[in-house]
Design a protein around this ligand. Structure first.
Ligand SMILES: [Mg+2]
Length: 240
């Protein structure tokens, strides 16, 4: 039997830096809070160290947020007590909430996918309430059939269980799904290894070697064409 490409029933999308310009919001909020624009790399380094501790099961996200701010303020040499840290973190979160913006290509892409009859899932490695609130505040929640949050599923991308749990929830096979995200390994390679189509969203045009079997788009405007080319049919057939 010749190989027949599968139908596409499910598109999974990462949230931060895929749908929402999260890094820009983080940079703006931090700069506004401390009055300096040069400390984002330090904040990112401390964030990576603390997220690794969450993934290792040493901290939950709530503890991580406070400890990250504590470590950041300590690096600045600020003499702070526990109350100062909590105040800094509360102000940072409030500023961040007011800074979230969608990328311009998000709504046209989601409208196209919805019109094509594809099921949609948001798949994120961050924590719960905060991610749903972001989607709701930006008017996106209604597009999604399912929101998979690592803190609730108990595993995180690139663990295949994360991707398979979404397929089970929506009722499709991994081969009938793609996942799109801004992190090459966590999103695209992870999805490919789990049997889904893996799409790396390379918004910044980073020069990286892309592993075999991973697709690349530079913006979500390129996604419909890629899906139409790769799958036998996009979306479920409409009733006659
Ligand atoms: Mg992301």
């Amino acid at each position: 039997m010749p190989w027949v490409p599968p139908e596409l029933r499910l598109v999974c999308l990462d949230i931060d830096d895929t749908l929402i310009d999260f890094s820009a919001a983080g940079r703006r909020s931090l700069a506004a809070l401390i009055g300096r624009i040069d400390l984002w790399p330090l904040w990112e380094r401390i964030t990576d160290e603390h997220v690794a501790r969450v993934v290792a099961g040493e901290l939950d996200y709530g503890e991580m947020h406070v400890r990250r701010s504590q470590a950041f303020l300590a690096e600045l040499g600020a003499l702070v007590d526990a109350t100062d840290v909590l105040q800094f973190e509360a102000r940072r979160k409030e500023m961040l909430r007011r800074s979230w913006r969608l990328f311009d290509d998000v709504l046209p892409c989601l409208e196209w996918l919805a019109a094509a009859g594809v099921r949609l899932a948001a798949v994120t490695n961050a924590s719960g309430a905060h991610q749903r609130e972001k989607l709701a505040n930006l008017g996106l929640l209604g597009f999604f059939d399912h929101v998979a949050i690592a803190g609730e599923v108990g595993v995180a991308k690139p663990d295949p269980v994360m991707f398979h749990s979404v397929c089970v929830e929506v009722g499709c096979e991994p081969a009938e799904a793609v996942h799109v995200g801004d992190k090459l390994e966590t999103d695209a390679v992870g999805a490919r290894d789990a049997g889904l189509g893996g799409v790396w969203l390379n918004r910044g045009g980073a020069a990286k070697d892309v592993p075999a079997g991973v697709h690349v788009v530079c913006g979500l405007a390129e996604l419909p064409e890629l899906l139409v080319c790769e799958f036998a049919r996009v979306g479920v057939p409409l009733p006659r």
